[in-house]
Design a protein around this ligand. Sequence first.
Ligand SMILES: Cc1cc2nc3c(=O)[nH]c(=O)nc-3n(C[C@H](O)[C@H](O)[C@H](O)COP(=O)(O)OP(=O)(O)OC[C@H]3O[C@@H](n4cnc5c(N)ncnc54)[C@H](O)[C@@H]3O)c2cc1C
Length: 611
Amino acid sequence: MARLENPLVAQYTTHQYDVLVVGAGGAGLRAAIEASAAGVSVGLVCKSLLGKAHTVMAEGGIAAALANVDERDNWKVHFTDTMRGGQYVNNWRMAELHAREAPQRVRELEAWGAVFDRTRDGRILQRNFGGHRYPRLAHVGDRTGLEMIRTLQDHGVHLGMDVHMECTIVSLLKEGERIVGAFGYEREHGRFKLFAAKAVILATGGIGRAYKITSNSWEGTGDGHSLAYHAGAELIDMEFVQFHPTGMVWPPSVRGILVTEGVRGEGGVLRNKDGRRFMFDDIPENYRSQTADNEDEGWRYTQGDRNARRPPELLTRDHVSRCIMREVKAGRGSPHGGVFLDISWIREKLSNSAEHIKKKLPSMYHQFKELAAIDITAVPMEVGPTTHYIMGGVRVDSDTQMSGVPGLFAAGECAAGINGANRLGGNSLSDLLVFGKRAGEYAAKYSRDHKFGQIDNARIDQIAAEALAPFDRPAGEGPFQVQYDLQELMQDLVGIVRTEAEMRKALDGIAKLWERAAKVGVAGNIDYNPGWHTALDLKNLLTASEAITRSALERKESRGGHFRDDFPRKDDAYATFNVVTYRGSDGNMQIRREPLKPMPAELNTIIQEMK
Ligand SMILES: Cc1cc2nc3c(=O)[nH]c(=O)nc-3n(C[C@H](O)[C@H](O)[C@H](O)COP(=O)(O)OP(=O)(O)OC[C@H]3O[C@@H](n4cnc5c(N)ncnc54)[C@H](O)[C@@H]3O)c2cc1C
């Protein structure tokens, strides 16, 4: 009820749920479904409209060892691929659960109505993707995320959950060590909402908007990472940011928008300005035996030849991104600072190539036609790396997804562990399903075992007052400039290639941006005010950026998505721990190393056998 003096906030509404889910992407929806099915009351909060979460943009598919296209596939191969891709700093238990449970989760999605592409005999079709040994990605053309969200949403809403759309959580609430709810504002009229909850699941997605060039939607501002951190949870692996090799580079207004790996899975090749397929020039030793050594073999692989090995364009994303950067730096790039990705060349192989491309990659065809006036069935695309995904996130228990803060769970991109140093394409959508379900199940169980906690009203007033403070400084610097400067800084100093000196400079810059962020002002009123929303996002963006930079300084080697020009090699000594970020007792961000748990002998044997 009304206790705030500020006339802008006449009152805040109060809602009460056993389980509150923050985020309506794949992870949040799947968690909400599971918790609802367990019979507890569920509230779902999301920054945008239901159906608009970032997951909707996912293109290539969901990785699951269904073995529909190649019967040699099974969970063990998927587990091994995931660990190899993550360069063995993954949480092996999460990688195991993910590989074992993904097929079940995909079949369940099918039973709930998802319309997958089909094999000739009517099973779910699977496509090739980087780092996956066999065709493994269940897909719906290149619009898999849309179908996944549609299905989960339909199913979830029928189970009866309350949805609070266009509502942004700004703080988690605690009683002692335990989570007791969350506090946020609704975007349309700026009114505050208090959510009392026995358990809260964070499913807020990624941090891409901390960088200038990104494939992420506007929602990717690291909110869950920041909410968890400030509530006392630990983050891990924050140095591991994935730069996807193929984002659009031209025209400038669309720079960063993703060009799905599915293009390469369907036979697309990368060339430099001299027409050379440069990916054949640098094949890492640990992938050599699985990689084609000639162009014909690579083509046959994409067309389903079981005896062919994958083309080097389908090596892991970190490697392909660096190879592209090398070509660009060496002056062999395309006119607008990328390289060429060509699917049109398949007309040499297929008489109906234009129809084939349009059928297999309809969104890509339209994306280039509409945004760049390019017909990808006839000419190559220009592409370059784009900030895509963060492997790092909230440190959670592998089986339950609960963080170190009792009652606080996390799933999906804002949680960490399964991907290690690098995520394989397709492994996010399956992660959302597998660990979204687990988070929902265990949060529901937690809520049954606990009573509602006590909400501290003084704390609520404090959070609301802090949130409204930018309105008291109408002449203060605008929040957009601070956000822009942060994005430039992260892109330039903590991007694909990193050095100690640059990252030290970045830390100094971030400290100054924190000071500026504390003084930003917004004009206008509280009704749908994007300046105010951005002012509130700054804390999250800065928290995530600082965590990335401090963790990246700690890892003095190159591994997966993290490449250090001053330490360009992988160092075995760094294969034994994760970098943990936490809030020290003085309120400052701290870093420590957490030794990896020893892998059980049977999982180790699986990895050795698959090598
Ligand atoms: C273009 C593109 C294509 C991709 N293709 C694939 C693919 O083919 N296969 C694959 O496996 N992965 C793919 N990915 C990655 C994958 O889509 C994401 O990692 C995944 O969708 C993240 O899902 P999520 O549920 O964790 O979060 P999201 O889908 O990002 O959802 C986050 C939710 O949290 C809400 N939220 C955020 N902050 C707050 C807050 N403070 N308060 C309230 N709500 C909040 C948002 O509104 C949103 O509802 C792709 C990514 C991109 C960018």
